[in-house]
Write a protein that binds this ligand. Structure first.
Ligand code: PEP
Length: 249
């Protein structure tokens, strides 16, 4: 296990050709040896993947897609992109199971098919799990996370190319983050679940949900976290760099 820290930018459905220019600052920053532990991964909309691959070519920044279709094979799936197409353009990562896709129909079974297809294509997976506010209120957090892990990774052999992103749904885009003591406990429970059910000793677990320049100093105190999945704040290069600097100093 390295002590690399992941900083994964999820641009969601934001970003046009012009917005790529601002990332030049991040590319330059990524070459600073002082922050060599930072593994930066950009997940822009599909339309910008190729541009991002080109612009980051001579840097250590990696590129990922935000989702993929579950079919391994080409087919009549209008508007969809599968893992094989993502791989074919040179992207190395794919986000699977993001709550914004779970609400629009991605069941644990579909997510499982996506994971298998991404593995077949040698993509690294950012596997998102997290409970909704009502699940949290009804004390269902652990059972929800357990079924997301067990069903989402059903018949998947322990695979070192999976990064687990714990993203409480009630924290995404709300500015609300869990208290450190609760987050620490939750991360440790998730680690135990992964050890037990997925037989992976040192899983990489990152946190996502309203990470910002304001709360990063607090979040980084949790040493069991291997990095962050960052939505809103990653679209502003200055803020994104600030988050990395404040984490690794
Ligand atoms: C996300 O969508 O993965 C996310 C963490 O978003 P935000 O940082 O905006 O809460």
């Amino acid at each position: 296990m390295t002590n690399n820290m992941f900083f994964i930018a999820n641009w969601k459905m934001f970003g046009d050709l012009k917005s790529i220019n601002s990332t030049k600052k991040v590319i330059k920053f990524s070459k600073n040896k002082k922050y060599k532990r930072a593994q930066i991964i950009y997940c822009p909309p599909y339309t910008l993947l190729d541009k991002f691959l080109k612009i980051t070519k001579n840097s250590k920044i990696k590129i990922g897609a935000q989702n993929c279709h579950q079919s391994q094979f080409p087919g009549p799936y209008t508007g969809s992109i599968n893992a094989s197409l993502i791989k074919s353009i040179g992207a190395k990562y794919v986000i699977i199971g993001h709550s914004e896709n779970r609400v629009s129909g991605d069941t644990n079974h579909i997510i499982n098919l996506k994971v298998k297809s991404a593995i077949k294509n040698n993509l690294n997976i950012i596997f998102c799990i997290g409970e909704t506010l009502s699940e949290k209120k009804n004390k269902k957090t652990n059972s929800v996370l357990k079924s997301q892990i067990l069903q989402g990774l059903k018949n998947v052999k322990n695979n070192k190319n999976i990064i687990f992103a714990y993203e409480p749904v009630w924290s995404i885009g709300t500015g609300i983050i869990p208290k450190n003591e609760n987050l620490k406990k939750q991360i440790s429970l998730i680690k135990k679940m992964i050890n037990k059910h997925y037989k992976l000793k040192n899983p990489k677990i990152i946190y996502g949900g309203s990470v910002s320049t304001k709360n990063i100093a607090e979040l980084k105190k949790i040493s069991s976290i291997n990095g962050f999945l960052i939505g809103g704040a990653s679209q502003n290069s200055k803020n994104f760099i600030d988050i990395i600097k404040k984490t690794i100093n």
